[in-house]
Write a new protein. Structure first.
Length: 178
Protein backbone atom coordinates (compact mmCIF):
# COMPACT_ATOMS: atom_id res chain seq x y z
CA UNK A 1 0.00 0.00 0.00
CA UNK A 2 1.31 3.46 -0.95
CA UNK A 3 -0.12 6.86 -0.10
CA UNK A 4 1.05 9.96 -1.97
CA UNK A 5 -0.03 12.94 0.10
CA UNK A 6 0.91 15.47 -2.58
CA UNK A 7 -1.10 13.75 -5.30
CA UNK A 8 -3.71 12.60 -2.73
CA UNK A 9 -3.67 9.04 -4.09
CA UNK A 10 -3.86 5.72 -2.30
CA UNK A 11 -2.50 2.72 -4.21
CA UNK A 12 -3.27 -0.78 -2.98
CA UNK A 13 -1.66 -3.68 -4.82
CA UNK A 14 -3.33 -6.99 -3.99
CA UNK A 15 -1.38 -9.30 -6.27
CA UNK A 16 -1.35 -12.65 -4.51
CA UNK A 17 1.00 -15.52 -5.05
CA UNK A 18 0.38 -17.90 -7.91
CA UNK A 19 1.48 -21.44 -8.42
CA UNK A 20 1.45 -24.26 -10.89
CA UNK A 21 1.33 -24.48 -14.61
CA UNK A 22 -1.98 -22.61 -14.89
CA UNK A 23 -1.04 -19.65 -12.68
CA UNK A 24 -3.94 -20.24 -10.30
CA UNK A 25 -4.38 -17.46 -7.75
CA UNK A 26 -4.16 -18.92 -4.25
CA UNK A 27 -5.01 -15.84 -2.24
CA UNK A 28 -8.14 -13.75 -2.15
CA UNK A 29 -8.12 -10.24 -0.76
CA UNK A 30 -10.98 -7.95 0.24
CA UNK A 31 -10.08 -4.27 0.35
CA UNK A 32 -12.26 -1.81 2.26
CA UNK A 33 -11.40 1.86 1.95
CA UNK A 34 -13.14 4.64 3.86
CA UNK A 35 -12.81 8.08 2.27
CA UNK A 36 -14.06 11.53 3.26
CA UNK A 37 -17.39 12.58 1.73
CA UNK A 38 -17.19 13.91 -1.84
CA UNK A 39 -13.83 12.22 -2.48
CA UNK A 40 -12.95 11.46 -6.08
CA UNK A 41 -12.44 7.73 -6.63
CA UNK A 42 -10.47 6.00 -9.41
CA UNK A 43 -10.41 2.20 -9.28
CA UNK A 44 -8.55 -0.16 -11.62
CA UNK A 45 -9.32 -3.80 -10.91
CA UNK A 46 -8.39 -6.94 -12.81
CA UNK A 47 -10.83 -9.33 -11.19
CA UNK A 48 -13.18 -8.52 -8.34
CA UNK A 49 -16.34 -6.75 -7.36
CA UNK A 50 -16.45 -3.01 -6.60
CA UNK A 51 -19.09 -1.52 -4.30
CA UNK A 52 -19.52 2.16 -3.46
CA UNK A 53 -21.54 3.73 -0.66
CA UNK A 54 -22.19 7.25 0.58
CA UNK A 55 -21.58 10.65 -1.00
CA UNK A 56 -18.69 10.57 -3.46
CA UNK A 57 -17.14 12.94 -5.99
CA UNK A 58 -16.16 11.87 -9.48
CA UNK A 59 -15.99 8.07 -9.73
CA UNK A 60 -14.01 6.27 -12.47
CA UNK A 61 -13.85 2.48 -12.56
CA UNK A 62 -11.95 0.31 -15.04
CA UNK A 63 -12.53 -3.40 -14.54
CA UNK A 64 -11.62 -6.52 -16.48
CA UNK A 65 -14.03 -8.76 -14.57
CA UNK A 66 -16.41 -8.30 -11.67
CA UNK A 67 -19.72 -6.78 -10.68
CA UNK A 68 -19.97 -3.07 -9.87
CA UNK A 69 -22.60 -1.82 -7.40
CA UNK A 70 -23.11 1.88 -6.69
CA UNK A 71 -26.83 1.72 -5.84
CA UNK A 72 -26.17 3.11 -2.37
CA UNK A 73 -23.90 5.93 -3.56
CA UNK A 74 -24.57 9.51 -4.57
CA UNK A 75 -21.83 10.67 -6.97
CA UNK A 76 -20.82 13.86 -8.81
CA UNK A 77 -20.20 11.78 -11.95
CA UNK A 78 -19.86 8.07 -12.72
CA UNK A 79 -17.67 6.57 -15.46
CA UNK A 80 -17.47 2.77 -15.70
CA UNK A 81 -15.67 0.60 -18.27
CA UNK A 82 -15.65 -3.16 -17.86
CA UNK A 83 -15.01 -6.22 -20.00
CA UNK A 84 -17.22 -8.56 -17.98
CA UNK A 85 -19.65 -8.05 -15.13
CA UNK A 86 -22.94 -6.47 -14.17
CA UNK A 87 -23.43 -2.84 -13.12
CA UNK A 88 -26.06 -1.49 -10.70
CA UNK A 89 -26.04 2.20 -9.85
CA UNK A 90 -27.95 5.36 -9.08
CA UNK A 91 -27.71 7.90 -11.87
CA UNK A 92 -28.21 11.39 -10.53
CA UNK A 93 -25.24 12.98 -12.25
CA UNK A 94 -23.49 12.49 -15.60
CA UNK A 95 -23.24 8.72 -15.98
CA UNK A 96 -21.30 6.66 -18.54
CA UNK A 97 -21.28 2.84 -18.52
CA UNK A 98 -19.50 0.79 -21.21
CA UNK A 99 -19.53 -3.02 -20.93
CA UNK A 100 -18.39 -5.74 -23.29
CA UNK A 101 -20.48 -8.37 -21.51
CA UNK A 102 -22.91 -7.77 -18.68
CA UNK A 103 -26.22 -6.28 -17.63
CA UNK A 104 -26.74 -2.64 -16.64
CA UNK A 105 -29.35 -1.53 -14.08
CA UNK A 106 -29.66 2.21 -13.41
CA UNK A 107 -32.02 4.22 -11.23
CA UNK A 108 -32.35 7.87 -12.30
CA UNK A 109 -33.39 10.05 -9.37
CA UNK A 110 -32.02 13.47 -10.43
CA UNK A 111 -31.82 15.37 -13.73
CA UNK A 112 -28.79 14.05 -15.64
CA UNK A 113 -27.38 12.61 -18.82
CA UNK A 114 -26.83 8.87 -19.10
CA UNK A 115 -24.92 6.93 -21.73
CA UNK A 116 -25.01 3.17 -21.27
CA UNK A 117 -23.89 0.54 -23.74
CA UNK A 118 -23.15 -3.14 -23.70
CA UNK A 119 -22.21 -5.51 -26.48
CA UNK A 120 -23.85 -8.50 -24.84
CA UNK A 121 -26.33 -7.81 -22.07
CA UNK A 122 -29.55 -6.13 -21.05
CA UNK A 123 -30.06 -2.51 -19.99
CA UNK A 124 -32.76 -1.54 -17.50
CA UNK A 125 -33.32 2.11 -16.56
CA UNK A 126 -35.85 3.21 -13.95
CA UNK A 127 -36.63 6.94 -13.96
CA UNK A 128 -38.23 8.88 -11.14
CA UNK A 129 -41.65 10.22 -12.08
CA UNK A 130 -41.95 13.82 -13.21
CA UNK A 131 -38.77 14.20 -15.26
CA UNK A 132 -39.04 15.25 -18.90
CA UNK A 133 -37.04 12.50 -20.58
CA UNK A 134 -35.36 12.22 -23.99
CA UNK A 135 -34.39 8.71 -25.09
CA UNK A 136 -32.18 7.41 -27.87
CA UNK A 137 -32.18 3.60 -27.59
CA UNK A 138 -31.08 0.92 -30.02
CA UNK A 139 -30.45 -2.80 -29.99
CA UNK A 140 -29.54 -5.09 -32.87
CA UNK A 141 -30.67 -8.42 -31.42
CA UNK A 142 -33.12 -7.62 -28.64
CA UNK A 143 -36.29 -5.79 -27.70
CA UNK A 144 -36.89 -2.22 -26.51
CA UNK A 145 -39.76 -1.70 -24.09
CA UNK A 146 -41.03 1.17 -21.97
CA UNK A 147 -44.01 2.15 -19.85
CA UNK A 148 -43.30 5.84 -20.55
CA UNK A 149 -45.38 7.82 -23.02
CA UNK A 150 -42.73 9.72 -24.94
CA UNK A 151 -45.22 11.92 -26.79
CA UNK A 152 -45.01 15.29 -25.04
CA UNK A 153 -48.52 16.17 -24.01
CA UNK A 154 -47.43 19.67 -22.98
CA UNK A 155 -46.42 20.66 -26.51
CA UNK A 156 -42.71 20.10 -25.96
CA UNK A 157 -41.98 23.42 -24.28
CA UNK A 158 -40.40 21.97 -21.14
CA UNK A 159 -36.63 21.43 -21.15
CA UNK A 160 -35.31 17.89 -21.10
CA UNK A 161 -34.23 16.88 -17.59
CA UNK A 162 -33.03 13.33 -18.27
CA UNK A 163 -31.24 12.45 -21.52
CA UNK A 164 -30.67 8.73 -22.14
CA UNK A 165 -28.47 7.20 -24.83
CA UNK A 166 -28.73 3.42 -24.57
CA UNK A 167 -27.38 0.70 -26.85
CA UNK A 168 -26.97 -3.05 -26.74
CA UNK A 169 -25.70 -5.15 -29.60
CA UNK A 170 -27.30 -8.30 -28.23
CA UNK A 171 -29.71 -7.62 -25.40
CA UNK A 172 -32.97 -6.04 -24.34
CA UNK A 173 -33.49 -2.43 -23.25
CA UNK A 174 -36.21 -1.59 -20.75
CA UNK A 175 -37.10 1.95 -19.63
CA UNK A 176 -39.70 2.55 -16.96
CA UNK A 177 -40.95 5.05 -14.38
CA UNK A 178 -40.35 4.28 -10.71
Amino acid sequence: MRYDGEARTLTIDTKGSTSGLFMIQRDSVDVHVVMPEHSDIHVDVTSGDVDGHGRLGDVRINSASGDIDFEDAVVSSLHIKSASGDVSAQAGAPTFVDLASGDIELQVNQPCTVEARTLSGDIEVKIQRGFVTDVNAQTLAGDISSNINFDRETGGTEPVQVALTLSSLSGDIEIERM
